[in-house]
Design a binder for this molecule. Sequence first.
Ligand code: SF4
Ligand code: SF4
Length: 151
Amino acid sequence: MSGQNGLTHRQPPVKHRLTIHFPSEAVHQPITYRLAVDFDVAAKILRAQIAPNRSGTMVVELSGDIDELAAAELWLEEQGLELDRALGEIRIDRQRCIDCGLCTSVCPSGALSSGQPDWRLSFDAQRCLVCEQCIPSCPLEAIDLVLTGRC
Ligand code: SF4
Ligand code: SF4
């Protein structure tokens, strides 16, 4: 599509959050590089874990053109990776939370914050990337992921 100034307007990138499960033989694949070069899809790694058996799990936010995203996700599955598109949301158990603020230090989006005047934990669900980094950070297990559906 061209605008009045003759420049091509691109659609804003679509974002998909995925949990990718890697079999042990695929852990060292340069996934983010291939997504960028072959599909023009940016992959922001929100969390990555390698299990003792060397299989891996990565929570990523993919962004790009909707058709390129679909092609990229198909390619990932063809590589033997399992994609989990389950949607979830973070819930804070206010009965357990003691407003220690530890979780705010690991939150990459600022969804969790605390500050003056009362230093109470504040959670902004609109900013939450559901990267799950806050869950293990809470010493009182007051943070949980609640599954809400699939995309
Ligand atoms: S899941 Fe937790 S750490 Fe990640 S963005 Fe949401 S509130 Fe922040
Ligand atoms: S780490 Fe747990 S107890 Fe501390 S502020 Fe966060 S949710 Fe509350």
